[in-house]
Design a protein. Structure first.
Length: 282
C-alpha cells in the first residue's frame, strides 16, 4: 500500500498535469526565464491556517530552487492582513504554482477553521469531534490532516484501517450476530488487528450488541439527545461510543452533554467554504 507521502506526491503531480498541461503559455509568453521575484501569501479573512507544510511540498516539487519563508505555522489563528509566508524564486515558478497552492491551502484552512469551531463548542466536555469519509476524491489525506490541525480527530482513513459494520452490512449479513461473528473470524483468518465498530439504529439493537460483545465501539445512528443519554447509560463505559447522523452545530453540545465519547460530523469536510487568501507579488 502506498504511503501518505507517495499519495500526496501523486496528487500534486496530477494537479499540475491538469492545470499546466503542455505549458502555462501566458507566463511563458511574457515572463523572461531568468526573472526572479517574491510573492507573499496574504490572509483575507479570519480563520485557522492549514496546509503550510503541503504548500512547501508543492513549491519544492515543482521547482527545488524556490525558497519558502514561513511566518505562520499550521494551526495558527489568522486575521485579514496577516502574511503567512513569503516565497522567493523564478517568477515563472511563482506564477505556475500559485493556483494549486491556493486551492490546497484555502480548502485545508476552511476545514481547519470549521473543525476548530466545533472543537470549541465541545469545550468542558470529554467528547471529541470526528471526521468521516465524506471527502473530496483524491484529497482525503489533506482534508483529514486539516481536521487534525483544527483540533479534531480522524475516524478511519478509508475502508482498510477499521471495520465499521453499518446498517447495510448488518442487513446483508443477516443480522447483528452474524455481522460481528464474521468480522471477528475474518480478522483472525487474515491476521488483521483491526478495531470493530458497529452501528445501531435503536435500543433493541444496542442491547443485542451488548449481549454479544466482541466490538470496540458502538455508533448510535440518528438517535435524539435523550435516546443517546439512555444508550450511553446502557453501555456503561464498556465500549467507546459515537453519535452520528443529523447532528448540527446547534445540537452538538446537547449530544456531548449525554457523555458520548465521539461525535462524527460529515460537514467538516463535505460542505466547507475555503478560507479567503491570495498570493501577491511583493
Amino acid at each position: 500500500m502506498e504511503t501518505v507521502h507517495e499519495l500526496i506526491d501523486r496528487l500534486i503531480d496530477l494537479a499540475f498535469a491538469e492545470d499546466i498541461g503542455d505549458g502555462d503559455h501566458t507566463t511563458l509568453s511574457c515572463i523572461p526565464e531568468d526573472a526572479v521575484g517574491k510573492s507573499k501569501l496574504l490572509i483575507k479573512e479570519p480563520g485557522v491556517l492549514a496546509g503550510v507544510e503541503i504548500a512547501k511540498e508543492i513549491f519544492h516539487r515543482f521547482d527545488p530552487t524556490m525558497q519558502v519563508e514561513v511566518m505562520m505555522e499550521d494551526g495558527s489563528e489568522v486575521k485579514p492582513g496577516d502574511v503567512a509566508m513569503v516565497v522567493t524564486g523564478k517568477v515563472r515558478s511563482l506564477l505556475q504554482t500559485e493556483r494549486l497552492m491556493l486551492n490546497v491551502m484555502q480548502r485545508m484552512s476552511g476545514i481547519a477553521t470549521m473543525t476548530r469551531r466545533y472543537v470549541k463548542q465541545l469545550e468542558g466536555t470529554h467528547t471529541r469531534v470526528l471526521d468521516t469519509r465524506k471527502t473530496t476524491p483524491g484529497m482525503r489525506m489533506l482534508e483529514k490532516e486539516a481536521v487534525k490541525i483544527g483540533g479534531g480527530v480522524n475516524h478511519r482513513i478509508g475502508l482498510f484501517d477499521m471495520i465499521l459494520l453499518k446498517d447495510n452490512h448488518v442487513d446483508f449479513a443477516g443480522g447483528i450476530d452474524k455481522a460481528i461473528h464474521r468480522a471477528k473470524e475474518y480478522c483472525k483468518e487474515k491476521g488483521k488487528d483491526l478495531k470493530i465498530e458497529i452501528e445501531v439504529r435503536n435500543l433493541d439493537e444496542l442491547q443485542q450488541v451488548l449481549d454479544l460483545g466482541g466490538v470496540d465501539r458502538i455508533m448510535f445512528d440518528n438517535f435524539t439527545p435523550e435516546l443517546t443519554r439512555k444508550a450511553v447509560e446502557m453501555v456503561g463505559g464498556r465500549y467507546e461510543t459515537e453519535s452520528s447522523g443529523g447532528i448540527t452545530f446547534d445540537t452538538l453540545r446537547q449530544y456531548a452533554e449525554t457523555g458520548v465519547d465521539f461525535i462524527s460530523v460529515g460537514a467538516l469536510t463535505h460542505s466547507v467554504k475555503g478560507l479567503d487568501m491570495s498570493f501577491k507579488a511583493c
